[in-house]
Design a binder for this molecule. Structure first.
Ligand SMILES: Cc1cc2nc3c(=O)[nH]c(=O)nc-3n(C[C@H](O)[C@H](O)[C@H](O)COP(=O)(O)O)c2cc1C
Ligand code: SF4
Length: 276
């Protein structure tokens, strides 16, 4: 029987699957330390009440335009103020630079009486850049060198902070230089991604295997045996682009045949990380 203090909710949002891969690796490590881990893959349908039965939470998110994804912030906004304080370990994945992503989430959770007791950022495959930039840029397909060590340090921190009487609050300081990136990234890139690319998402019918297309925001539905896409609500997380078999979902002619960051891709990266 696992004691109450060893129950952990590991909740994450993931587009292509990078944050999911890191979540699975953390989950395995926590289970090895005899934590009972409940994993929740966030979508717009996830109810805020999933956190109710847990005092200890691990929360994972990608970085989109130096910020948390909309699906993550919408979920946190739905959480009501917690009468009993909860503890959260936050982590984010990113392709190049996470800006103030973790800080934004930590502060929002604190306003719900959920205290950040540790955090980590992992640079890994860039789900956006791999579909847009020249493919010879190899680092955009890899996790940073110290990933295994970071994972080990993270679970060590969790163990200490989860069992400590007073673990204190840990929130990354505001990166004053991050806003310099906001105009090109949050205004121009986001506008391009959401207004242009998401409107161009399309299915190549001959490649489609007929199975439902995964979307955390319910933008894809099967109607009369056809996959129908509705751009309203799409946050360009790129799940449908990376995870649909046979590269059946595309958003531009340039990326039609590019290798996707799919389950197989992340399985190989996880083996590489573990084999260091
Ligand atoms: C719409 C979009 C915006 C992104 N913006 C950033 C960014 O501002 N900074 C960054 O370092 N990586 C950025 N990335 C890359 C992702 O943060 C990175 O690949 C992440 O690990 C993806 O995780 P996921 O597969 O779990 O969604 C972006 C990716 C997408 C799809
Ligand atoms: S339609 Fe595709 S890119 Fe848009 S939110 Fe859904 S899975 Fe993500």
């Amino acid at each position: 029987m696992v004691s109450e203090s060893k129950h952990v909710l590991l909740v994450y949002f993931s587009g292509s699957g990078s944050t999911e891969a890191i979540s699975e690796m953390l989950g395995t490590r926590l289970a090895e330390m005899e934590y009972k881990v409940t994993m929740v893959d966030l979508s717009i349908s996830t109810k805020a009440e999933v956190i109710d039965d847990f005092q200890l939470i691990v929360f994972g998110t990608p970085t989109y335009h130096c910020s948390p994804p909309r699906t993550v912030m919408d979920f946190i906004n739905k959480i009501s103020y917690q009468k009993n304080n909860k503890r959260v370990f936050l982590f984010c994945t990113y392709g190049l630079y996470p800006g103030n992503n973790i800080r934004t989430i930590a502060k929002k959770l604190l306003s719900k009486n959920i205290t950040c007791i540790g955090y980590m950022g992992i640079r890994g495959p860039a789900s956006d850049a791999t579909m847009m930039f020249p493919q010879w840029i190899q680092f955009m397909y890899r996790y940073e060198k110290g990933t295994k060590q970071k994972l080990e340090n993270a679970v060590k921190q969790m163990k200490e902070a989860f069992s400590s009487k007073n673990p204190g609050q840990k929130i990354p300081s505001f990166k004053w230089y991050a806003p310099f990136d906001y105009i090109p990234n949050q205004i121009f890139a986001r506008r391009k991604f959401i207004n242009q690319y998401s409107n161009r998402i399309a299915l190549i019918n001959e490649r489609w295997d007929g199975k439902p297309i995964q979307c955390p925001r319910n933008c894809w539905r099967i109607i009369n045996e056809k996959a129908v896409y509705n751009a309203k609500g799409c946050e360009f997380c790129m799940r449908c682009i990376h995870r649909t078999l046979n590269k059946a979902v595309v958003f531009s002619s340039k990326m039609i045949d590019r290798a996707r960051l799919d389950k197989e891709f992340y399985k190989k990266r996880k083996i590489e990380i573990d084999s260091v």
